[in-house]
Design a binder for this molecule. Sequence first.
Ligand code: SAM
Ligand code: FES
Length: 349
Amino acid sequence: MNNLAGELIEKLYIDRSLTEEEYAGLIELRDEESAALLREYAVKVRKSIYGNSVFTRGLIEISNICKNDCYYCGIRAGNKHCERYRLTPQEILMCADEGYRLGFRTFVMQGGEDSYFTDEVLCDIISEIKARHSDCAVTLSLGERSRESYQRLFDAGADRYLLRHETADKEHYEKLHPGKMSFDNRMRCLRDLKEIGYQVGCGFMVGSPYQTAKELAKDLKFIESFKPDMCGIGPFIPHKDTLFKDEPAGSLELTCYLLSIIRLIHPPVLLPATTALGTIHPKGRELGILVGANVVMPNLSPVSVRKKYELYDNKICTGEESAQCRGCLSARMQSIGYELVSDRGDIKK
Ligand code: SAM
Ligand code: FES
């Protein structure tokens, strides 16, 4: 291993902080040995807080109707080949009920920015889930909304909100999104969510078009200062009906390297081994856990809509029943010496 990489890793382990230039250097110096050392520290730190437990979130993909046109995303508004669907409140509640029976204690409602889901509609769904399953956490991942809207959803019982910042570099953000989407508004949303009292998740894609070590270093510095409760990072994977269809997918090794770094920056962070990681490698999610992640998100959506929530090509788990998906992940975690637990899985601060 390069001496400098070793020194940076020791510094990160002790201080939980590097400068932007140092993060970029650490990324550029990545090799098998530096990855192994980061992994060793990340697993040690994670085990000291969470032991061998892996938390699970039941993902309910409530709608693929979206007003936005993020250039990388398969469900963007401009994709005329995308067959649109929306779950009814009743269907969403049925997914949560089934998830509860299967042992889930956190439900994530994720979807495109679909105007059908007004505050009123969402508040009713959230409060009904909470009434039926008071020991569960409700997480929302429904994009950018006003502060007032976030406040109403929080007051109705939502506990957590996932909103990936996508990139902490404004110029890079503008290359990935059309002009009417704004970096400043995305950041405003994250700040509002935190101030309101949500457990907040940010995150980004690894290997997104135009991304270099410089942009990634900014992402890491942002995570260092924002201190999210959750952080979703997964490889970018091209989708055939997007502008970026011919771009290469993000790297498994780099994603794993960054997972370890993020664990060291913010030891208690809830860090998922994402579905995208499982899509680029058959053992991607296991590898994610083995480098410092501690969350997996099996799919609870009705099988009839799963293929339609296609953010990127060849997404896994689109033919599986919810019970199969949970069972599959439980067996995968056991095979590497970890245990999928039935727990809300709050951050341990
Ligand atoms: N609409 C909500 C939002 O914007 O946060 C939630 C749904 S959005 C599709 C969820 C995440 O999927 C995005 O934050 C993005 O990082 C990720 N994503 C979209 N297209 C992707 C792709 N081609 N490869 C990997 N991840 C992708
Ligand atoms: Fe969904 Fe394996 S996690 S089938």
